[in-house]
Design a protein around this ligand. Sequence first.
Ligand SMILES: Nc1ncnc2c1ncn2[C@@H]1O[C@H](COP(=O)(O)OP(=O)(O)OP(=O)(O)O)[C@@H](O)[C@H]1O
Ligand SMILES: [Mg+2]
Length: 262
Amino acid sequence: MITTLSTSKVIDRTFSTGDLPILVTCNDQKQYICKYMRADSVSAYKLTSELIGSILAKYWNLNTPEIVFVKILPEHTKPFAIQYNHSAEAIGYQKINNAIDIANYINDDIKQSQKLFTQLLKIALFDFWIANEDRTCNNANMLYVDRDEKLISIDYGGIFNTNSYQTKLCQLSSFDSIIYADIFKHLETNSDFQNIVEKSKKYYDICINKSRKIFTDLETLQIPKSWNITENILRQKINELFERQWIDDCFSNYKETLRQNF
Ligand SMILES: Nc1ncnc2c1ncn2[C@@H]1O[C@H](COP(=O)(O)OP(=O)(O)OP(=O)(O)O)[C@@H](O)[C@H]1O
Ligand SMILES: [Mg+2]
């Protein structure tokens, strides 16, 4: 169940990344990074991607921030020039404290552990299946929390081939994968390729089956009515995710991309 909160004070800050998210404090006293509805019709589908990506990531046992819906009150954005549709709920990612952004340079801040490598492989495989074009070596969309030894996946605004809801899913290029980033080389130490492929395949089959259940009834996604999403368009896209050919091709693509980087 995703709860709906309201902002409780003037927004804390803005980010200059692609979606210009904002950091807000809500009426539960916690801070959330919010992605919000713009005037265009595309942003509703982008928010839907953020929502679906977050829900699925949980089912895949990835570390991913908790999400809520946020009513951003107009009086709380006044000092900032933010163009948004305030009658539509935003999606809020609970702020993770003491996390660092994974950048394209890896330094000794990040432990070289098998645990982190396993988390990275799961994120990489998930991205192939969900066609996430926004996590690349230039933009990792991952946070690192040293005390918990966790890689946290963020930002699902680029899934479904950057929200191509009206065209067929298409495979990521190997270069679009986080497997091409320095962090892969940093964590891949003394690993056995064949063993990883076998373990990944077992994990993949379990995750696909778990994911299937979420979509039997679209109501469980809790997509706000204010987003005005056309159910048929969404249903079509979700069905593609579970086509046998797509499932098999994604795994082959993941395996080949791994092989190229071992
Ligand atoms: N849950 C979180 N906890 C802490 N920091 C976060 C969280 N979510 C996002 N951030 C910070 O906010 C930045 C922007 O978030 P995000 O990547 O989701 O936005 P974006 O505008 O969609 O990015 P992009 O440019 O990749 O499209 C991140 O790089 C990270 O520094
Ligand atoms: Mg991002």
